[in-house]
Design a protein around this ligand. Structure first.
Ligand code: DND
Length: 239
């Protein structure tokens, strides 16, 4: 099912005016089933690996829309130097703006305190009617770890999981961890075209004054340069 967004809804999303209101309107027809993909990430910065994985999930699982949700204060990175939620949200908005099936949401960025995926999914499960299925899209490496996430049982009960394979990643580890878990995880594994890209690789390139061309959408690399993220040295960075 194809979902089109009302003109004003798109405008509101683009302006970033709304908080919870920037999530898509789904579930209107009680006789239909809707599939909402949620791509959670630190997105520091967002890159083509994230976008390709989401696009693959969209097509393979027949999702209506994928919401990219930058983590607010990621629980697992409290000790790390993470760019501001505003910067990560803006880059996510820029990266997703040309795809009618992608949206960027401030749902976690605007939430107070440390953000846990279990809280996000439970809140969304309560917001949407039962005919909206939730699919949390993540890398297969994260799937292997998900059994250790905060309140993993709530994650399992609120959403299905989509594990995007990353090049060179051995799925056996993820499968074994899920199988050994006492919680009823429902996981679909996806073969994603080999994109050996990571956010840390992009940050390293910026620090070294190297181009991000073809690794992330141009507007994102422009934003990084303009705002001096990741130690951009003026005059050294080739966009
Ligand atoms: P990352 O920091 O790994 O995101 O966080 C992923 C999600 O897990 C976020 O929503 C977190 O809030 C959530 N999390 C993690 C740990 C604990 C808890 C929650 C908790 O609640 O206790 P990145 O920005 O690095 O990447 C985003 C996603 O994209 C990840 O799932 C990553 O595996 C995947 N990815 C790729 N997939 C395919 N090809 C590539 C990829 N690069 C990253 N090249």
């Amino acid at each position: 099912m194809v979902v089109t967004f009302a003109e004003e809804e798109v405008d509101r999303v683009a302006e970033g005016v709304v908080a919870e209101g920037d999530l898509p309107l789904l579930g209107q027809d009680p006789h239909a089933t809707y599939r909402l993909g949620i791509m959670g990430g630190t997105f520091d910065p967002i890159h083509n690996g994230h976008l390709v994985a989401a696009e693959q999930a969209l097509g393979d699982l027949g999702l209506d829309v994928v919401v990219f949700m930058p983590a607010g204060r990621p629980a697992f990175k409290l000790d790390k130097n993470v760019s501001s939620g505003e910067d990560r949200d803006t880059m996510t908005l820029l990266a997703t703006s040309d795809n009618p099936h992608f949206l960027a949401s401030r749902f976690e960025v605007d939430r107070e305190g440390v953000t846990y995926t279990a809280d996000t999914l439970e809140l969304m499960r309560r917001m949407y009617p039962d005919n909206v299925e939730l699919y949390f899209i993540t890398g297969a490496d994260a799937i292997a770890d998900i059994v250790h996430w905060r309140d993993a049982d709530r994650v399992a009960s609120c959403a299905r999981l989509v594990g995007a394979t990353r090049p060179g990643y051995d799925l056996d580890h993820a499968r074994a961890n899920i199988a050994a878990s006492p919680f009823a995880f429902d996981v679909t594994y996806l073969e994603v075209p080999a994109l050996a890209i990571s956010s840390s690789y992009l940050r390293d390139r910026v620090r070294a004054g190297q181009s991000l061309r073809y690794l992330t959408p141009e507007p994102v690399s422009g934003y990084i340069q303009k705002h001096g993220l990741y130690g951009v040295r003026h005059g050294r960075y080739e966009s």
